[in-house]
Ligand binder design. Structure first.
Ligand SMILES: [Mg+2]
Length: 243
């Protein structure tokens, strides 16, 4: 039987907006000077549907966040999406050096994957360069800036495209897309024809976690205005009463 595929999801800014979680956990109201900066607990539009559909394709989901584990557990639970995730890994597990990158070997280990199997079967989805893999050479990274403000259909379609192009192998899917992409000035661009476009690029960097140069096959989503959607509010936060 095929090994399951896995998506490592960044939490804040990718799955939704979770900056209010700590206040909600403490049951405190929002200080007046913070009312404008703390956003209600929200998940991205159609997140549940996308997670469900991907699961139906044999894909398991992990949260890989630089938030503390207890905050991540609470966030996912408050958002009512715990049941979709195989594992929730917090900062102590995934943070790379200085928080500028993340480690994904813990997910591979949880699934019993060698490094080769991890690169074939795993993919990372995040909204910032700090989500970039630092420990698995060739692990595909899907970067969608302000992802939480877009329909979850976008990363889902990209994951499907990678699997289709690589016949079930994420890294080979990326390699194929890179080879066949349109050359636009200095970028190689893929247009899925449904309003979703992205650039493909091999970024390489030396990380302290990794011996030698690590190559990150990176998909950078272009703004997908047709999929821009407000996140779905789960819980409003209490505002402090004015006396
Ligand atoms: Mg993020």
């Amino acid at each position: 039987m095929d090994k399951p595929k896995a998506i490592c999801w960044d939490m804040d800014g990718t799955l939704g907006l979770f900056d209010s979680v700590q206040l909600l956990m403490e049951g405190t109201s929002v200080p007046p000077d913070m009312e404008k900066v703390v956003r209600p607990l929200s998940i991205r539009y159609k997140l549940r549907e996308a997670l469900q559909e991907l699961r139906g394709m044999g894909i398991v989901h992990y949260v890989t966040t630089s938030a503390p584990k207890e905050i991540a557990d609470a966030a996912v639970s408050m958002a009512g999406i715990s049941g979709f995730f195989e594992g929730i890994f917090g900062n102590g597990t995934v943070n790379g050096i200085g928080g500028r990158c993340k480690r994904y070997m813990p997910v591979a280990e949880d699934l019993g994957y060698s490094m080769e199997e991890a690169v074939a079967n795993m993919v990372v989805v995040g909204d910032g360069v700090a989500d970039k893999p630092s420990d698995l050479d060739g692990l595909v990274f899907i970067l969608q800036p302000s992802g939480a403000y877009h329909d979850a259909f976008v990363p889902m379609e990209i994951v499907k495209k990678l699997l289709e192009a690589g016949k079930g192998h994420f890294k080979r899917g990326f390699d194929f897309l890179y080879e066949t992409a349109n050359q636009e000035e200095r970028n190689r661009r893929v247009d899925l024809g449904n309003g979703i476009k992205f650039d493909v690029n091999y970024t390489s960097r030396t990380f302290e976690d990794f011996m030698g140069e690590l190559v990150v096959p990176t998909i950078t989503c272009l703004p997908a205005e047709g999929y821009r959607m407000k996140p779905e509010v789960i819980t409003f936060i209490n505002k402090r009463r004015k006396h």
